[in-house]
Design a protein around this ligand. Structure first.
Ligand SMILES: [Zn+2]
Length: 82
């Protein structure tokens, strides 16, 4: 999850404590308008995921930040996520 500075509004992809530019507090933000880039089908069950198949999606936000999301349904590249 990305973090945003309360004062100068800069964003980071990692929790770094306080803002390194202005010493402002950071808060977690929910990425919006995610678009699916890739969708990978997983068929190997594991302890965390006994149910197969499931899908691992690579999605990106408007700024080009990349995230991974799991899905029970298959998605196509270019589809909107969340
Ligand atoms: Zn700042």
């Amino acid at each position: 999850m990305p973090y945003k500075c309360n004062k100068c509004k800069k964003q980071w992809m990692h929790k770094i404590g306080k803002c390194i530019f202005c010493d402002g507090e950071l808060h977690e933000i929910i990425p919006e308008n995610l678009e699916v880039m890739h969708c990978i089908e997983v068929n190997i069950p594991s302890k965390q995921h006994p149910e197969v198949p499931y899908y691992v999606l690579q999605v990106k936000d408007k700024s080009g930040n990349i995230y991974f999301r799991k899905s029970k349904t298959q998605k196509k590249p270019g589809e909107k996520w969340a």
